[in-house]
Ligand binder design. Structure first.
Ligand code: GDP
Ligand code: IMO
Ligand code: MG
Length: 454
């Protein structure tokens, strides 16, 4: 049995928390895409863990796998492992030999390209982790993989091919001086040492075979998506996206398991009860705005609902886990969720942050869009047309703040009636059952109606 956890919106929906919660019954937790651009929070026993590369099963002592669809920066991986060990968590992490390696020059090039694009307001506001440039090299067949770090002849040969190209790109195309990040000998020494540590700690695997063996032995595997559907390179709001496939199809290509195995399991979409986004791009249900991220927004511009956006940002702790940037805030966007439900084939849904919306008189939902005078229930295929969409809202009566711990103990029926009406609407519109509802960040602050692995 497998369960795939997918972000239904724009990332930071609370995937890490659910992966932690549901991994209780799984023996393996596997990431299938993305890299240290992800920031997944697990809160348990008063401790908060912010995980970037290490899958969220780590906190429960599960076996964790970074699949071939991931891009791995060994430096941040080891830093994260060392920091967890200092806190008494000693995770078993295996890395696919087919996964691509993020090098320092990828990070530098990520920054350079963002700078250049920002001159014409075209920047994506990436996390600066080198994600895009690494996936570019993978697709360009000049990438270096985890397996290559363990074979130093191959490592040197690949670096000698690729680094002069990167140096020329930085210096001659972008006019930026390069340093150690583009020095073949320095890179070779540092990355051969990472390879040695990976080998010594027996951390590398052929991910597909490793996972298939565990599944054959009857064990349950949980796939933990990073980012979200609207950040998907194919199904998101291109070009304001990440460079991988967070959508459920990525589980197959990113692990080496067939669609039959993944599709036989459950695919659970994780959504917030409203929207948050770090980074640029249109957002038809946005409240207020954030300098440098909201198109056409600057501090002097008066924008409606600024105060409400600030209130929700503070109540929900909406600051980027990786970069600390304030997240943009909006009402729930149903056309986005309909798109996401179709692209992923959700069998269940989790709606988090019901507590964050408490205390409002009115909770609004972007039910549909109006585009060229016509109603649309889902997203147009181009981001430019999406920016032309105007949200038409439905209004729900709000619910009061409550003793959420007690409600989490008692279960779904203890939720305020208005919150249940809101959840029923979401479930009916998407025709997907709600498996769980988040009423706080802690492991026990989730009302589970259906645990797909129990
Ligand atoms: P991920 O990237 O999808 O794993 O999500 P993040 O960890 O980046 O962001 C989610 C944030 O919301 C974290 O700080 C979580 O602890 C918190 N969180 C998750 N679910 C809930 C919830 O139901 N209520 C509240 N108040 N916080 C939540
Ligand atoms: P988790 O897994 C929210 C956003 C960045 C930027 C765009 C591309 O915690 O949900 P990248 O560095 O990937 O090239 O940036 O995607 N982004 C995220 N936003 N949550 C994330 O991960 C994100 N990972 C990337 O802000 O807009
Ligand atoms: Mg996050």
């Amino acid at each position: 049995m497998t369960v795939t956890i997918v972000g239904a919106q724009l990332g930071d929906e609370g995937k890490g928390g659910m992966a932690d919660r549901w991994s209780e019954s799984a023996s393996v937790v596997c990431r299938y895409q993305g890299g240290d651009n992800a920031g997944h929070t697990v809160v348990h026993d008063g401790e908060e863990y912010k995980l970037s590369l290490v899958p969220s099963g780590a906190i429960r002592g599960k076996t964790n796998v970074l699949g071939n669809g991931c891009v791995v920066n060994p430096e941040t991986l080891f830093e994260e492992l060392d920091a967890l060990q200092k806190r008494g968590v000693d995770p078993d992490v295996r890395v696919a030999r087919r996964a691509h390696v993020i090098f320092p020059y990828h990070r530098v090039l990520d920054g350079i390209e963002e700078d250049v694009k920002s001159e014409s307001d075209f920047d994506v506001a990436t996390t600066g982790r080198g994600i895009g440039p690494t996936y570019e090299d993978k697709a360009g067949r000049r990438g270096i993989r985890i397996g290559d770090l363990l074979d130093t002849d191959v490592l040197r040969e690949r670096l000698e091919y690729v680094v002069p190209q990167k140096r020329a790109l930085a210096e001659e195309v972008f006019g930026v001086e390069t340093g150690e990040a583009f020095d073949i000998d320095a890179l070779y020494d540092q990355y051969a040492a990472f390879g040695e540590r990976l080998a010594e700690e027996n951390m590398t695997v052929d991910a597909g075979t490793f996972l298939a063996d565990r599944i054959d032995e009857g064990e349950d595997v949980l796939f933990e998506g990073a980012q979200g559907t609207i950040l998907d390179i194919d199904h998101g709001n291109y070009p304001y996206v990440t460079s991988s496939n967070p959508t459920a199809g990525g589980t197959c290509t990113g692990t080496g398991l067939g669609p039959g195995i993944v599709g036989d399991g459950e695919i659970v979409g994780i959504a917030k009860a409203y929207l948050s986004r770090v980074g640029t791009g249109p957002l038809p249900t946005e409240l207020g705005g954030v300098v440098g991220q909201t198109p056409d927004y600057d501090e002097d511009t008066e924008r409606g609902d600024e105060a409400l956006a600030t209130e929700l940002r503070e109540a929900g702790g909406e600051y980027g886990t990786v970069t600390g940037r304030p997240r943009r805030i909006g009402w729930l966007d149903m056309p986005m969720l309909r798109h996401s439900t179709r692209a992923n084939g959700f069998t269940g849904l989790v709606v988090n942050h019901i507590d964050t919306l408490a205390g409002l008189d009115e909770v609004r939902v972007g039910h549909a869009y109006t585009l060229d005078g016509e109603e649309r229930l889902t997203l147009p295929a181009t981001t430019e047309r999406w920016a032309d969409c105007e949200a038409s809202f439905r209004s729900f009566d709000g619910w009061d703040d409550a003793d959420w711990d007690a409600i989490a103990d008692e279960g779904y029926d203890a939720l305020p009636e208005n919150a249940r009406a809101y959840l029923d609407y979401i479930s009916d519109e998407l025709d997907v059952p709600i498996y769980a509802v988040g009423v706080g960040p802690g492991r026990e602050q989730t009302i589970v109606r259906e645990d797909p692995l129990a």
